[in-house]
Structures are given as structure tokens and as C-alpha cells.
Ligand binder design. Sequence first.
Ligand code: FES
Length: 167
Amino acid sequence: MSVESPHKIDTAKLDAIINQYEGKKSSLIAILQKVQEEYRYLPEEALIYIGTKMEGLSPATVYGVATFYAQFSLDPKGKYEIRVCDGTACHVRGSMPVLNAIRNKLGLAEGKLTSDDGLFSLETVSCLGACGLAPVCMINEKVYPQMTSDAISIVLDTLIKEEKGDK
Ligand code: FES
């Protein structure tokens, strides 16, 4: 499956979303949610476009709203969003080797958050609320308990293989 460039915005698509809400600035949050669904994050160009296009708003206002709410991400997200818990319980039970295995497998140096193909993004979080299952990872909405570097490698290999098969 091919993944579109994370930085390209399609203004026709943005117009369609804005029109769906009749361009009402009271619908800005819903509009941003839709845009994020589309791109998996909020590209800066999209925020500028929305701020310019919608009456009564400015790019600065749209940007301010987008950065205020934790639900919005201004960084590109992969099709698969990997979250590795590095809270205390997970850390002492070996979350770091798991994190390093993911970085190695996906070619993500420290500080690089998204794989070159745009399929995977990686972040660490401080607790996923499943400390009894430590160390815990999530890929999108799925929880992976008691992870090891070998186990996560197998999970990632499977996803990569599925993607290559364009499933
Ligand atoms: S510390 Fe990892 S789930 Fe709570």
C-alpha cells in the first residue's frame, strides 16, 4: 500500500471538509478532527489554509487552537502509531530494549519519530494504565502486553509483510 507524502495537502479536500461544516468557525474543532483523520496529523500548510479560507479566523488562531488541544498532533503520524510505555513499571521490566528494537527495525534514530515510508510513528508515553502487564506497547488501539525485543520485532515484521502484500 502506498502512503501519500506526509507534507502534501490537497486544498480541494480541505475545501470539502470546510464546506461540510458550512465554513462555520464554531465548527473549527470538528473541521480539525476531520483534517487530522485525513492526514493522521495536522500539517502546518493545512492550518494556514484553513485560517486564510475561513471567515473570522486567522492562521494564528487556527494554529493556537490546534496546539491547545492534546488530541491534535502537529507532527506526522504513521499509519501505525506505536506507543511504548516508559513509565516506572515498564521501565524496570525492560521497556528500553523494546524501544531500541523498534528503532533498529524501523531505522529511527533517536529524535526521528516517523519511518521514511510514513507507515510507522513512534512515541514514548509515561503510563498506559496497564502496569500489571509491563512492559506494554500499543500499536494504534491494540495493546501488546509483556513485550520483549524479539516479540515486538515479530509483530513489526508481520505488519511490514502485510503492507508489502498491500493488504
Ligand atoms: S508504567 Fe507502563 S503501563 Fe503503567
